[in-house]
Design a binder for this molecule. Structure first.
Ligand SMILES: [Zn+2]
Length: 209
């Protein structure tokens, strides 16, 4: 069991309409994290959300590269970039948070993916690590030491957010039953968990809290 202290923070990653069944980039069972996260939020004094928030001409969208399909690769910002369906476009309902997700106690929302030139899986930095959302400094200003990460999707934005939290010196936890994987390959979620554990991130379930 982990006792939640008042300066711990719960980071709710990208629980948005486009990432749940019916959305443009649906994560299987992505909606099932919502009740788990709502219950978890009651245990925390500090909850912060991230929001994938792309311009419609974003470079990660296959539709912006004639002849390319989702799942194919291009080079973007000097990095190998997998192409996604158009998702979480600013001002569309797909970018909105799931309507059942409780937002009442959120201290803030950190948006990412706004620069069309680079994708941004982590809530802290873009994939090229040039742009900084300010989340790290904000957590430090709150004297946060432990960061608990949940949301969508495990093998992309949750993993990258947790890895960056760890790298920034936060004691980092991922709540496994409060996240789901995209699983473009069937083992991606399991691999992400292993990779995070190897980095020193602790994997919990909501029952441990
Ligand atoms: Zn995105």
């Amino acid at each position: 069991m982990v006792k939640i202290e008042k300066n711990d923070v719960l980071l709710v990653v990208d629980v948005q309409n486009d990432f749940v069944p019916g959305g443009a980039l649906a994560v299987k069972e992505g909606d099932l994290v919502v009740p788990v996260i709502n219950a978890l939020q009651e245990e925390f004094k500090q909850v912060i959300a991230t929001q994938d928030f792309h311009p419609s001409d974003h470079g990660s969208f296959a539709a912006n590269h004639p002849g390319k399909n989702p799942g194919e690769f291009i080079e973007l910002a000097g990095l190998t970039q997998i192409l996604w369906p158009v998702h979480c476009v600013q001002g569309t309902s797909g970018a909105d948070f799931h309507s059942d997700l409780n937002q009442g106690q959120w201290l803030g929302i950190f948006q990412k993916g706004k620069n069309k030139e680079v994708d941004s899986y982590s809530g802290f930095f873009d994939n090229a690590r040039r742009g900084d959302t300010g989340l790290g400094d904000y957590l430090k200003s709150l004297s946060v030491e432990r960061v608990f990460v949940c949301g969508l999707a495990l093998d992309y934005c949750v993993k990258f957010t947790a890895m960056d939290a760890m790298e920034l010196g936060f004691d980092t936890f991922v709540i496994a039953d409060a996240t789901r994987a995209v699983n473009l390959s069937p083992e991606d979620g399991a691999k992400a968990l292993k990779e995070m554990e190897q980095k020193g991130i602790k994997i919990l379930t909501s029952k441990d809290i």
